[in-house]
Structure formats: structure tokens, C-alpha cells
Write a protein that binds this ligand. Structure first.
Ligand SMILES: [Zn+2]
Length: 241
């Protein structure tokens, strides 16, 4: 049966001389793996779809849960995210995170979040802040929202200088409730993540954090995501630039 949907290209893998397997995040069917026949030929018309982050309308033939690409129309390439290495790794981290989704589980909220984050990366300079916002919003959608204002265990306010992150204890914890596995959240990192978490994407460019502060916030989220999902290779690359 034929299906049409809107997709964001997450990843592509060579299948044989002319074909590729595309990992696409679709608004209607969640993450899907699609066979793209002939897409590696030099003059293939649908070549644009194998570029990561490509946003497109696609038509698929489906049989027994297997998808084959019939045709596609590009809506937005987000080409400008490739003009800067740091921005490119920010976008790659977003796509790598979404690629951890289970196949066939649609989530409109996550689809729109991904689209919004890619749009912001391609149009504004605050790429580290946009990535941080994406990661905090992703945690919220996944049910791991971080609230830095109070301890997740005893509900004491975290006005004291330091608070901690602990996946086993479900998020932010205070000095009394932390364990040996808890990660320290320094005061300026706490401020950075709290503000980015509460501001809409469009206003992030007005925040005046230094690059060092933004990197520290991302390092903490990197450790937290490593506990939660797995190590994000693109984020490791980004943080080593
Ligand atoms: Zn506590």
C-alpha cells in the first residue's frame, strides 16, 4: 500500500552499489527505515533526500512493515547548517538523538521540536544554545524533565550553591539526597540550563552566556544523556572542537 508523509532524514547507509537504506523520522509513522533504490547513481533525481536533516514530502510503498521510496519532494534542505563545523555537529547531535527512537512510534511533538531546532540552527548564530534547548525539550518529552529549582527526592528548594543530577533518583537532587553517582551542577551551569529551558527558541539569541558557560551546560547534558540513552558521538566531537 502507498503512503505519503513528511520526513526528516536522520541517517543513510549504503546497501549495495546503487541503493541506500535511509533512516527517516516521519510525522505520521515515527522513525522508519526506507529502501531508496538507485539513489547512489550520479544523476539520481531523489539524491537530495540522503542529505542529513533534509525535510521532505515523501511517497512510500509499504508491504509488511518494509518501506520502499517511490518519490519525494524537498521542502527544506537546511543547507546552511553545513557552512560551519560547530553548527554541523549541533545538527548531527539532534539527528543522532532522534535516531535513538524506536521504529514505528509517531510523536508529533518530537517531530515539530526537531524541525524547529533545525530551523533555528540554520537561521541564527546561537547554535550551542539552540542545541541545549533541544536537549532539555527532548528530556521533557521523554518524561525526564529537569527542574533545577527543587530536589526531586525531598522537594527542598535548591537555593544552596550546588545541586546535582542523578538519573537513578529521577533528575535534580540536593546535597542531602545525592549519591556517589550524582553529577555536580555548578551555580552558573544551573542558571544557564534554567534560562535556556524556560525561554522560547526565538528568544535564545538574546541570552548573553559565554561560550564556556554554554559548553559547561552541554557537558553536563552529555553525561546525563550517556546514562539515559547512550553516548552521543556527534556531541563528543562537538565538545572536542
Ligand atoms: Zn533532597
Amino acid at each position: 500500500m502507498d503512503k505519503t508523509t513528511k520526513t526528516i532524514t536522520l541517517k543513510c547507509i549504503d546497501l549495495n552499489d546503487y541503493d541506500r537504506l535511509l533512516s527517516l523520522y516521519s510525522v505520521d509513522y515515527g522513525k522508519i527505515t526506507v529502501v531508496a533504490k538507485g539513489i547512489r547513481r550520479p544523476k539520481a533525481k531523489l539524491k537530495f533526500l540522503e542529505q542529513s536533516a533534509c525535510f521532505a514530502d515523501v511517497e512510500l510503498a509499504e508491504s509488511n512493515g518494509r518501506y520502499v521510496l517511490k518519490t519525494a519532494q524537498q521542502i527544506e534542505s537546511f543547507f546552511s547548517i553545513r557552512n560551519d563545523l560547530q553548527t554541523f555537529y549541533c545538527a548531527s547531535t539532534i539527528l543522532e538523538t532522534v535516531n535513538f527512537e524506536q521504529e514505528g512510534q509517531p510523536n508529533t511533538q518530537l517531530f515539530l521540536l526537531t524541525l524547529k531546532a533545525l530551523t533555528q540552527l540554520s537561521t541564527q548564530k546561537a547554535d550551542l544554545v539552540v542545541l541545549t534547548k533541544f536537549m532539555l525539550s527532548y528530556l521533557k518529552i521523554a518524561g525526564y524533565q529537569l527542574d533545577f529549582s527543587e530536589c526531586n527526592v525531598c522537594h527542598a528548594t535548591t537555593e544552596a550553591r550546588k545541586c546535582y543530577l542523578d538519573l537513578q533518583l529521577g533528575g535534580v537532587v540536593c546535597n542531602e539526597c545525592r549519591t556517589v553517582n550524582s553529577l555536580t551542577v555548578l551555580p552558573d551551569v544551573k542558571t544557564n540550563l534554567t534560562l535556556i529551558g524556560t525561554m522560547p527558541f526565538e528568544k535564545l539569541k538574546n541570552l548573553a552566556f559565554t561560550e564556556v558557560q554554554n559548553v559547561e551546560g552541554l557537558k553536563l547534558l552529555h553525561s546525563y544523556f550517556s546514562h539515559l540513552l547512550t553516548k552521543l558521538h556527534s556531541l563528543t566531537q562537538l565538545l572536542s572542537l
